[in-house]
Design a protein around this ligand. Structure first.
Ligand code: NAG
Ligand code: NAG
Ligand code: NAG
Length: 539
């Protein structure tokens, strides 16, 4: 791909930016064509309709290197509009490619859209999944791994191999049936199973004495799980793009939408071992097992499954607090992670977001500060770009809980580029919530019981909280995050618990700068899809 003419013109003016930008010429381009279809699979022992990407369930694994440019043509052969979002990919200056309904028109049936984005300055285990309707319940998800560039040293020895564990709850119902339940005002039932890579019997082979990277992601709809391996310890190395202090764990809690990477050394007698994942904080415990096979093993798995931790949010909270940034390790660029002293930057704005589960017109909905989000037919990003009135307004939601009666709305918070904000997720419900922010990673600086107050700030970890893109909020508790708003665009902040997202627990952050500049935000892509009130506009 050649550089566009405008870039050279701008380069003549902005020498510094030019250097940065032309370096991109070295970054590889990777081309993909993905066709999305219906198919069948039998993950629970009977045939079900699933969504396939290039014939695969789960979808193909994307293995990228930091700063790779991805050109991915998505062809939709479903009977419904479809989009993929790249969970944790920051889409720097480029919310145009985020793949959620506030930024992109969905790809109509029998049509296609080519995503163009860069995996800029990121290393780690990520995922992608369908952001539309309940498609994610049918398997439209996959692994997205970003490996470090050869010039970057990472704080662990190169592993002898890597294994992907996409783990999630699963239903015997297809995605349309689940959607109908939600549309008619019901909640989802308890899941029917827990799957590892779309199966109940997967197997992973490694050589005795070698060390493997286990990439673990929760791609389920609503249930947290605990992950463990019979007789083996796990060394945590990376969480959603942060290199962390390398603590050793017997088991790890992973909440919906989250990912973690561990190293496991096959240092046990040659035999096969159970890999176990079990649901957390549920009345009925669903268990998924896989097999870790030593290539020199003659003995199949045996013995009791390794026991999980106590069914206790305090245990889980303690573990969350033990995840620390390794301040001296490199991130995706060769500078120490702790060189940015996040804990001492003045906060320009605080948002307190309280989730609730109101009935509106007799139907179950989910809300943030009393507003239950509904997707307008025109993506917010396009409405903003074309100045189309009547799609959203910037004062439709309060920045602290209003206590007003619940309403439908299109919630957008106005923030400025380079704000440094604090968001408190106040969970007044009695089950665990998980919140995800697109376009960013953030510091989860505090987790506490009951109601957050200004005094709660005294408990914040201002020194070595990790950065991540998805944070859990324990029942009747709060979680506080700090975010450096250095990425202009329209960004989705949502419950990662999918029925809550679908029924209104989401909103957008408009990170804005009144002076348009290509140094801050890319132009609308030339192949942009137009829909709603944007139909007929000229890109
Ligand atoms: C659809 O695919 C074609 C190539 O087959 C590509 O040229 C075109 O840009 C794609 N459409 C969109 C909207 O990206
Ligand atoms: C942090 O990273 C540095 C640099 O790679 C490494 O030497 C050190 O052992 C790591 N510290 C911990 C506690 O993991
Ligand atoms: C685990 O704890 C939750 C409350 O946090 C409870 O609802 C559930 O029934 C418990 N599960 C088991 C198996 O004891």
């Amino acid at each position: 791909m050649g550089k566009p003419v405008w870039l050279y013109l701008v380069c003549a003016i902005l020498a510094f930016w030019c250097t940065v930008s032309l370096v991109k010429a070295e970054d590889a381009y990777r081309y993909y064509t993905w066709t999305v279809t219906y198919g069948t699979a039998s993950p629970l022992g009977f045939s079900q309709e699933v969504i396939l990407i290039n014939g695969q369930f789960p979808g193909p694994k994307l293995d990228l290197v930091t700063n790779d440019n991805v050109i991915l043509n998505l062809i939709n052969k479903l009977d419904e509009p479809f989009l993929l979002t790249w969970n944790g990919i920051k889409q720097r200056k480029n919310s145009w490619q985020d793949g959620v309904l506030g930024t992109n028109c969905p790809v109509p049936p029998n049509s296609n859209y080519t995503y163009k984005f860069q995996a800029k300055d990121q290393i780690g285990t990520y995922t992608y999944f369908a952001s539309t309707l309940m498609h994610r319940a049918a398997g439209a998800f996959g692994a997205l791994n970003i490996w470090q560039r050869s010039v970057i040293s990472i704080p662990y020895p190169k592993p002898d191999g890597d294994f992907t564990f996409l783990i999630g709850d699963w239903y015997k119902y297809n995605h349309k049936t689940l959607q109908q339940k939600l549309d008619s005002g019901l909640t989802l039932p308890f899941p029917d199973g827990l799957l590892i890579n779309g199966q109940t019997h997967s197997s992973f082979s490694g050589d005795q004495g070698k060390t493997y990277m286990f990439r673990i992601s929760n791609i389920g709809l609503k249930t947290s799980f605990n992950f463990r391996i019979q007789n083996h310890k796990m060394k945590l190395i990376e969480v959603e793009g942060s290199h962390v202090v390398q603590n050793i764990y017997d088991s790890l809690d992973v909440h919906v939408g989250q990912s973690a990477t561990v190293l496991v050394t096959l240092d046990q007698p040659a035999k096969d071992y159970y890999v176990v994942s079990s649901t957390r904080f549920t009345e009925q415990v669903l268990i998924a097992t896989a097999v870790l096979h030593y290539t020199n093993s003659q003995t199949t798995v045996s013995g009791p499954l390794p026991a999980g931790p106590p069914n206790d949010t305090a245990w889980s909270l303690n573990q969350a607090r033990s995840f620390r940034w390794n301040l001296t390790a490199n991130a995706a660029r060769p500078n120490p992670q702790g060189s940015f002293h996040y804990g001492h930057i003045p906060i320009t704005k605080t948002f307190v977001l309280a989730n609730s589960a109101p009935l509106i017109n007799g139907k179950q909905r989910y809300a943030v500060n009393s507003v239950s989000y509904v997707n307008p037919d025109t993506p917010l990003k396009l409405a903003d770009h074309f100045n189309i009135p009547g799609v959203f307004s910037l004062n439709s939601i309060q920045s602290t809980p209003s206590g007003g009666s619940p309403t439908y709305g299109v919630s957008v918070f106005e923030t400025s580029l380079h704000d440094f904000i604090e968001i408190i997720f106040q969970n007044n419900e009695n089950y665990l919530q998980t919140w995800h922010l697109d376009g960013y990673d953030f510091w989860p600086v505090g987790y506490g019981d009951g109601q957050w107050s200004q005094a709660s700030r005294a408990q914040y970890n201002r020194d070595d909280a990790l950065t991540r893109h998805t944070a859990q909020v324990y029942p009747s508790s709060w979680t506080a995050i700090l975010v450096s708003l250095d990425n202009q665009g329209m960004w989705n902040l949502r419950s990662a618990v999918w029925e809550e997202q679908y029924l209104g627990q989401q909103l957008y952050l408009r990170v804005y700068n009144p002076t348009p500049s290509l140094a801050n935000e890319y132009d609308m892509p030339t192949n942009v899809l137009l829909c709603g009130k944007a139909v007929g506009r000229h890109p």
